[in-house]
Design a protein around this ligand. Structure first.
Ligand SMILES: Cc1cc2nc3c(=O)[nH]c(=O)nc-3n(C[C@H](O)[C@H](O)[C@H](O)COP(=O)(O)O)c2cc1C
Length: 369
């Protein structure tokens, strides 16, 4: 196989079977998504917390209820801005939005993404059981749940068939042993053979093909860095891959340059798992902030809950262990001491910042024109 195969998801066909994973807060915005789409992949804007660093939100607004209302409206307006900008940068590319089911404004963001031209919605951190309802007027918007295995996929397929007479257009299956960001498994489960990609990907492919008798693409995510990794995922039966961490060290990545530089200088041993207020571990790069959390400190103790942004949040309820919105936003703005720098296990492989086109050429086995 010389080149990589194309990837069809719903009515959209990408030249290459590569999806850039949504990365919040503001790590993958319009700029990165458009660059990947222009290079023949699928670019994804992460909708999480976009309002934070936007002209529509004042974090110092004192009235908590007004602050909350303003935050959700800011998220919506900032998502429209990102989608508009991405479309201007990539008029014909495939652009999607990643929205966390666990976000309290999930429905609004899903409706907004569909109304403002997203070609697909990728959705995890919970089961997106009502997603088809929110996008019912936009049949061309492909719907892609993120799952950790065939069990979750089966539940989604059954509910969507029963309630909406439709199925997902693809599934992303994430490897919790290597993916960056929040993991779809507890620390104990990470050692279990049930989360091994060599098992979970073929299981999901088999369920969709042989039980459901449907041709639904499976996208493998987590720990994919090189072209060899992509080919290995295809050998397991996946139709494509979703890549996050590798796209951070690119010119077009939307994060502050200090964030990208921090990733370039990171070593494999800097990657750790750390508790998060959503109740699941996250994978991140070690820094002063992570060291504090690992030592049992509560770096944001005494600060108010900013926006009640999540369905489940230990910071809102018990001030533990920190405010995820503040932590991710600080990092994206370049605070490498007190920000939370999410990262997959492959950090340390990047020796410099490159253009997205160069990364895509290497992954696809093509040459830069
Ligand atoms: C900085 C960062 C932020 C992320 N944010 C999100 C997010 O907002 N929503 C989501 O579903 N996944 C998120 N992820 C997971 C990625 O979309 C992707 O699936 C994962 O990073 C793939 O593993 P890799 O980084 O080893 O390529 C994030 C990952 C990173 C590294």
């Amino acid at each position: 196989m010389t080149y990589l195969p194309a990837l069809r998801i719903g009515s959209h066909q990408a030249q290459y079977c590569i999806i850039q994973g949504g990365m919040g807060v503001r790590i993958s915005g319009a700029n990165l998504a458009a660059a990947v789409a222009n290079a023949g992949g699928i670019g994804i804007i992460s909708a999480v917390g976009l309002g934070m660093n936007s002209p529509y939100f004042d974090p110092n607004q004192r009235n908590p209820l007004q602050r909350q209302r303003q935050f959700f409206e800011a998220n919506r307006l900032a998502l429209i801005d990102e989608l508009t900008q991405a479309r201007a940068l990539s008029p014909t590319g495939i652009i999607g939005v990643n929205i966390m089911v666990a976000a309290r404004d999930y429905e609004t963001l899903a409706r907004t993404a569909a109304e403002h031209g997203a070609n697909l919605i990728i959705s995890g951190a919970g089961l997106p059981l009502k997603l088809p309802d929110f996008t019912a007027n936009y049949p061309d918007v492909a719907l892609v749940p993120i799952v950790s295995g065939a069990r979750a996929a089966r539940i989604i397929c059954q509910k969507w068939l029963r309630n909406y007479h439709r199925l997902p257009d693809a599934f992303v299956i994430e490897n919790p042993r290597s993916a960056g960001g929040h993991l779809g498994a507890t620390l104990e489960e990470l050692d279990s053979p049930h989360v091994d990609t060599n098992v979970t990907v073929p299981e999901l492919v088999n369920y969709l093909k042989n039980d459901l008798k449907q041709d639904i693409p499976v996208i493998a995510a987590g720990g994919i860095w090189s072209r060899a990794d992509v080919l290995q995922a295809l050998l397991l039966g996946a139709s494509g891959v979703q890549i996050g961490t590798r796209f951070i060290t690119t010119d077009e990545c939307d994060a502050d340059e200090r964030y990208k530089a921090f990733h370039v200088q990171a070593k494999a041993e800097d990657v750790v798992t750390v508790a998060s207020p959503v109740g699941l571990p996250g994978r991140a790069l070690r820094n002063a902030f992570v060291d504090q959390v690992l030592a049992g400190d509560r770096p944001h103790a005494g600060l108010p809950c900013l926006a009640n942004c999540l369905q489940v949040c230990k910071f809102r309820d018990k001030q533990e262990p920190y405010c995820i919105l503040r932590a991710l936003d600080s990092a994206a703005r370049g605070d490498m001491e007190q920000g939370l720098v999410f990262s997959g296990s492959n950090a340390g492989q990047s020796d410099r910042i490159r253009p997205v086109a160069e990364v895509m050429a290497e992954l696809t086995g093509t040459t830069l024109s």
